[in-house]
Ligand binder design. Structure first.
Ligand code: GLA
Length: 404
């Protein structure tokens, strides 16, 4: 049994004097490529990781929710009939109850205990894991069918409408739909997915700079607005609809900052599709080159890296046995990710840690991660993963673009 599973069960028994009826695990994620493309209706290639939020729950007879977080040492308490906006981590839970009820779902109350080993604010989607775990909790106690894609979309709506974060849908999608040993190519317009195995003999290293982002203070919402303005400039519904050729034809007419933002998103969409094809061909070297190019684009065009992320990615990219490295997630701090030879992963991790500390004075946290499964009830862990997409369609689109 995973130590966090044991921990939430024990704490649940102490707090509520009974055994929990369900144990839920909802993973964090690392995005391999396709950054800041999700809210442009584009393509992303994340994988669920082996770090997760664990929740022990039991239904209640009334419509109250009492959820205790072992990490925050705080209990969120609210009534499903009287949802009121306040502040704190409990807002994520209330937001989910709000959107589920808005959709007409009949919810039951529950008692729960939560714990996570996903570092908070590190760009590994601790909040999406919390959201999808709580979504699964609501569906389990309310005897509703678990629909991972629909629930991911609803969790994004809760983020946007209740919590006040204008995030895209990538994090919730991968936390809900992750598949062991695979990354998932997600089309963020129609939410079709296609599992892509990691190239044989490779591993993914998470390189935590130990600097932290904050969505509210960061330029995330500002970047999103620039992208919408750029799409409007092209008369397109979203930047996903603007081809590289179309961009080049009109680039000179754009203000430089908007041109840079658009250039990142349009080129990143192409990189994400090429990366999925490279991974499918087991071509780690090609995948690595695309990751390096993605970091450069996020640094110079989208301007969402910080100095430690640039230092970390640069050091990793220079290591023998490292195919490529880039910042991952929203940026402005947090983690980078590197695709490395599995055999050399530990040596590379140690070398990067030493050099990063020498250059920045910060002690990084570096570890190998495994591509894990998506959100599930662990007690009856027979989960089916379906490929909703048509893999050849993605590759076809890429070839079409190449021809243009
Ligand atoms: C954050 C958001 C995602 C996505 C990434 C950037 O993680 O929550 O929706 O926009 O940033 O790719």
């Amino acid at each position: 049994m995973h130590p966090l599973q044991q921990k939430v069960i024990k704490a649940f028994e102490r707090r509520f004097g009974t055994r929990p009826s369900h144990i839920i695990r909802a993973p964090g994620r690392v995005n391999l490529i396709g950054e800041h493309t999700d809210y442009n209706d584009g393509f992303v290639l994340p994988m669920a990781i082996d770090r997760a939020t664990w929740i022990a729950i039991s239904p209640r007879d009334d419509r109250q929710v009492q959820a205790h977080s072992l990490d925050f040492e705080e209990t969120a308490v609210f009534h499903l009939d009287h949802l009121k906006k306040e502040t704190g981590w409990g807002e994520y839970l209330k937001g989910l109850a709000y959107v589920l009820q808005q959709e007409g779902f009949q919810l039951s109350g529950w008692n729960g205990v939560l714990a996570t080993d996903i570092p908070i604010g590190a760009g590994l989607s601790s909040s999406a894991a919390l959201e999808m775990g709580v979504m699964r909790a609501f569906t389990a106690v309310s005897s509703l069918t678990w629909q991972p894609v629909r629930m991911a979309r609803l969790a994004q709506k809760a983020d946007n409408e209740w919590v006040g974060i204008q995030s895209g849908v990538m994090d919730q999608m991968i936390s809900a739909n992750g598949r062991a040993g695979h990354a998932l190519l997600i089309d963020c317009r129609d939410l079709s997915t296609c599992p892509i195995p990691l190239p044989e003999g490779t591993a993914v290293l998470i390189l935590d700079t130990m600097t932290r982002h904050s969505h509210a203070e960061s330029g995330y919402n500002e970047r999103r607005q620039s992208c919408e303005a750029a799409a409007a400039f092209f008369g397109a519904p979203a930047l996903r609809d603007v081809s590289w050729q179309h961009f080049l034809a009109r680039a000179a007419e754009m203000e430089p900052p908007m041109r840079r933002r658009a250039r990142h998103v349009i080129s990143e969409n192409e990189r994400a599709l090429h990366a999925a094809a490279a991974m499918q061909n087991g071509d780690a070297a090609a995948m690595g080159r695309l990751m390096n190019a993605s970091h450069a684009s996020l640094r110079h065009d989208f301007e969402v890296t910080n100095k430690p992320l640039d230092v970390m990615a640069g050091i990793a990219q220079a290591q023998p046995g490292c195919f490529g490295a880039r910042m991952t997630g929203g940026g402005f701090g947090g983690c980078a990710a590197a695709l490395v030879s599995a055999e050399q992963a530990d040596t590379i991790g140690a070398a990067v840690a030493r050099e990063y500390e020498t250059v920045t004075g910060l002690q990084p946290h570096i570890y190998v991660t495994q591509a894990g499964a998506g959100t599930a009830v662990i007690k009856s862990s027979r989960r089916r993963t379906t490929c909703f997409g048509n893999c050849s369609r993605f590759i076809y689109r890429m070839r079409e673009n190449e021809r243009e």
